[in-house]
Design a protein around this ligand. Structure first.
Ligand code: GAP
Length: 459
C-alpha cells in the first residue's frame, strides 16, 4: 500500500485527539514549545526508550547505563565549553521585534541550497543585506546586527537571596557520562573499549523552537558515549553509524526516508561528525548525530576538575585518555519520526477512510484490545483482560459497534484486537484481528500470550 502523505497538522491533530501529546499547561493557554505526553504517548515514548536501551545497553556486552543529575556543578559547563560557546546567532527585526536564528532565516529565504554552517556573523549579515531578505513576520527589511545567544537555561541554587549561585539546567546529558567515566570504569571493571549510556531530560532556550516536538525547549536525549583507544576510533565511528542506522530500520523505518549527512563544519574538537536525517513532513532534518569527539571532553574535565582522567590498561599498564564516539538521539524527535513513519490513511471498501498507526508492536501503547461483542459477555472478556494484563499493556472497550472500536484501536496503533463472542464461552476461543492486514484468525485463549509475545521482538 502506498505511504500516505503525512502532514504535521495530521500528526498534531491525532496526537491531541487520541491522548498521545497535548500542549504543555494547556488550560492556561499553553507554555510555548513545551509538550505533555498523554496516556497513549507516554507508553509509546517509554517503549521507544526501552527499545533503545535494549539495543545499546542490554544487548551490548560492553555498555553500561547511568542516570546522572540534571543539575551539575557549573564548572562542568565551563569545561565542556557550553558557558562560552553554546550559542546560536540571533537577529531581531527592528520593526516588529520578532527574533530569529540568522542561519535559519537565510536557509529559509534562499531558494538554492546554501552552506550557512561555514558562515561568520559578518558573512551572514552581508548575505541578508545582499539578498534583501525580509522579516518573515512583517515583511520589512530592517534587522539588528547578529549577536550570539547562549542557549542554556540558568537558575540559582541557595537558600538566601545573597548566597545564590548560578547553575544551569543541563543542555545535554552527555556530560553526565564524561564526569562518571572513571566511576563506571572502576565499579564495573570495564575494559576499553566500552560505552556509557544515559536517557534523560535536557533543556535549551532555543531561539526558534517549533515543528511540534521536533525542536522544543525541554526534551529527552538518549546518548551513548563509547570510549576507545586512539587509532581504533575511526573503525568505531563507522560501527556506530551503522548501529544507529540499523536501530531505525529495526523500528520499521523505510530506507528511503533516512539518509546520512556529514557535517560541513566540524566543531573544533571533532574529528568527524554526521547526522542521520529523516524525511519529516517539513523536509529532511536531523534525527540523530554521531561524533568522533576525540579526547576533548575527558581532557577538559581533567583540566577543570584537577582529577586524573587517565585509563590504565590492566594488561600492558599503558595509561591514556581514550577517544569518545558519541551517538546521540532525541527521544521526542524519534517519537515524532515514529509517528510520521507509521501514519497511514487507507481507503476502505465503501469509501470510508481508516487512519492507522502501523507501529512496530514493541512500540505500540497497548499490545491488545479486548472487545466483548456484547455487554453480557463482560465476565469472560474481563477474565481474558486480567490474564493478559499481567504481561502486557491491554485496553478494554465495550462501547459502540465493533467496527468503530476497531477504528479507535487502529488510530492509536494497537496491533491486535481480541473479540469475545458466544463461542468463546463454549470453546474458550476468540477472534484475533490483525491491525495492518485486518485479517482475522481464531485462537485458543491460552495461546494468546505466546502469539502476542512473538510479535514484540525487535530484531
Ligand atoms: N551531546 C551531543 C548533543 O547534544 P545535539 O546534536 O545538540 O548533540 C543530539 O543533540 C540530539 O538531541 C539531536 O540529534 C536531536 O535528536 C535531539 N535534540 C537536540 N535539540 C533538541 C530540541 N531542542 N528539541 C528536541 N530534540 C532535540
Amino acid at each position: 500500500m502506498e505511504k500516505t502523505t503525512v502532514t504535521m497538522e495530521k500528526i498534531v491533530n491525532l496526537s491531541k485527539a487520541r491522548g498521545i501529546i497535548f500542549a504543555g499547561s494547556d488550560i492556561y493557554g499553553g507554555m510555548g514549545n513545551t509538550w505533555d505526553y498523554g496516556p497513549i504517548g507516554v507508553e509509546i515514548k517509554n517503549n521507544i526508550k526501552r527499545a533503545w536501551w535494549q539495543k545499546f545497553v542490554q544487548q551490548s556486552d560492553n555498555s553500561y547505563g547511568i542516570d546522572a543529575a540534571i543539575l551539575m556543578n557549573s564548572k562542568v559547563w565551563e569545561a565542556s565549553g557550553h558557558t562560552a560557546s553554546f550559542s546560536d546567532p540571533k537577529i531581531d527585526c527592528k520593526e516588529c521585534k520578532s527574533r530569529f536564528r540568522a542561519d535559519t532565516l537565510i536557509e529559509n529565504a534562499s531558494k538554492s541550497a546554501i552552506n550557512v554552517d561555514s558562515m561568520s556573523h559578518e558573512a551572514m549579515e552581508a548575505y541578508i543585506a545582499a539578498h534583501k531578505i525580509k522579516c518573515p513576520v512583517c515583511g520589512k527589511q530592517n534587522f539588528t546586527s547578529i549577536r550570539t545567544f547562549n542557549l542554556m537555561f540558568e537558575t540559582a541554587r541557595g537558600v538566601t537571596d545573597e548566597g545564590q549561585n548560578k547553575i544551569y539546567l543541563r543542555p545535554e546529558t552527555a556530560q553526565g557520562q564524561f564526569v562518571n567515566f572513571l566511576n563506571v570504569q572502576r565499579t564495573t571493571r570495564a575494559k576499553i573499549p566500552f560505552g556509557i549510556a544515559q536517557i534523560g531530560k535536557a533543556f535549551r532556550n532555543e531561539i526558534t523552537p517549533g515543528n511540534f516536538i521536533f525542536r522544543s525547549i525541554e526534551f529527552e536525549q538518549m546518548e551513548h558515549q563509547f570510549f576507545c583507544k586512539e587509532g581504533t576510533d575511526t573503525q568505531y565511528y563507522e560501527e556506530y553509524k551503522e548501529k544507529a542506522y540499523q536501530f531505525l530500520l529495526d523500528l520499521g523505518f523505510h530506507k528511503e526516508h533516512l539518509r546520512f549527512k556529514d557535517h560541513d563544519k566540524l566543531a573544533h574538537y571533532a574529528k568527524s561528525a554526521c547526522d542521520i536525517q529523516y524525511l519529516f513532513p517539513m523536509g529532511w532534518n536531523e534525527l540523530n548525530g554521531i561524533h568522533n569527539r576525540t579526547t576533548f571532553d575527558l581532557m577538559q574535565h581533567q583540566t577543570y576538575s584537577g582529577k586524573n582522567m587517565f585509563y590504565t590498561d590492566a594488561i600492558t599498564n599503558e595509561k591514556y585518555i581514550p577517544y569518545v564516539i558519541e551517538y546521540s538521539i532525541g527521544a521526542d524527535r524519534l517519537m515524532l519520526a515514529v509517528l510520521c513513519e507509521s501514519y497511514y490513511e487507507e481507503v476502505l471498501e465503501g469509501g470510508d477512510i481508516r487512519t492507522v498507526l502501523k507501529l512496530h508492536p514493541a512500540l505500540a501503547a497497548y499490545k491488545v484490545a479486548i472487545l466483548p461483542l456484547q455487554k453480557n459477555l463482560a465476565d469472560k472478556a474481563k477474565e481474558v483482560y486480567k490474564k493478559l494484563a499481567k504481561e502486557f499493556m491491554v485496553t478494554y472497550d465495550d462501547a459502540g459497534s465493533i467496527g468503530k472500536r476497531y477504528r479507535r484501536q487502529d488510530e492509536i496503533g494497537t496491533p491486535f484486537c481480541v473479540t469475545i463472542d458466544f463461542d468463546s464461552l463454549e470453546n474458550n476461543t476468540v477472534t484475533v484481528r490483525d491491525r495492518d492486514s485486518m485479517a482475522q484468525i481464531r485462537l485458543d485463549i491460552d495461546a494468546l500470550s505466546a502469539y502476542i509475545t512473538k510479535s514484540l521482538i525487535l530484531k
